[in-house]
Design a protein around this ligand. Sequence first.
Ligand code: ATP
Ligand code: MG
Length: 410
Amino acid sequence: MRHDAPVSTPAHHPPILPPATIGILGGGQLGRMLGIAARAMGYRIAILDPDPACPAAAIADRVEVGGYGDVAAALRMAEGCAVITYELEHVDAALVDALAARLPVRPGALPLRVTQDRLAERRFVEDAGVPVAPWRELRAGDAAGLAAAARELGLPLRLKAVFGGYDGRSQIRVASEAELAGAWAALGRPDGQPVLAEAELAFADELSVVCARGADGTILPFPPGRNRHDAGILVETLQPAPVPPAVAEAAAGIAGRLADAMALVGLLTVELFRMPDDRLVVNELAPRVHNSGHATMDAAQTSQFEQQIRAVCGLPLGSPAPLAPAAMVNLLGAGPRRPARLLGVEAALADPAVHLHLYDKREVVERRKMGHLTALGATTAEALERAHAALSRLRWADDGDGLPPPGARP
Ligand code: ATP
Ligand code: MG
């Protein structure tokens, strides 16, 4: 893929003002929180999502039910919209092209193409002069290729499906020679599909930067967050990341450089590994708001959601300055699939520095992202302690709790 073709920044477009309608591809929690920010500013919202009861449905003016490859549904959704944005990168390229022929799609079609394909993403980042972990392109089922990659990259390594991965799905860790033989079966991708093989890095920290780029090219990064994952799924973020100022500046600089290279209008999130010697290596890009930026809702002058709306509407960006050190912890589903009823909310909110955000998902599913908590503190360490204390007071109701069905009058 070539990225050096000039991409015009549509600075000449007049700003999109309320009560214009913003179309959002995807009605999950990110679409819901984007929609809430847009509504607060007086915009109207149309959503495309396969599920009519998606988390964003409750805050949308209109939901068109359709998958992310359903061009006809996307065009229905776009009717009456002034701009289209998205909450996920796994959208069919043909659908985006059909929309982009009619109205602005921001952050843009190129950022989607780059980030929905892990190989294109690695090449893009390298072309911009930014380091990534050593990698090889393989085909699923190629035992000789995998053996060669293991020799050249070393073990452990990661095998990642090129398309469609999120929350650590569609990737496996190959720890030893003995695991090579069963690796392709464990990844479970049809033979011949492209796969990214990557050296596993012994990083000191995982960081991420959510960076805004305005319609006029203004770059404004939020302070980096420090992330902790559990089996590939984000569980907590500290913001600002407790790292030396030079590391924070370097991380923000990388994010700005990549946002410029993509000429995107909106947000770019860059996930980075900080190596023990403070070198930064890019892991992944997302051209959108990100789970690791949720603390900005309560702890920054402008939330990442408001920032994305301002950017895609061609408005001046808001200040990303933090209000206080903060921690965000994800509230994940646990136990068997069942209606979602959360217990312990009063106890969790007894700490006035704690904020609860629930996504109104109808069912609890093991490890599904159901909501998050943020806490503010004098330091990020204190904020994290408060967030975890609040989290420990919450649990999902089960049959034994004998609760009336959701929606019943108390
Ligand atoms: P998400 O969309 O939630 O970010 P994902 O499925 O796209 O997840 P990655 O970001 O590639 O997956 O990986 C998830 C996590 O697995 C990383 O945040 C990191 O903790 C770990 N990981 C991935 N690749 C590597 C690597 N090369 N070396 C060390 N750890 C890695
Ligand atoms: Mg990731």
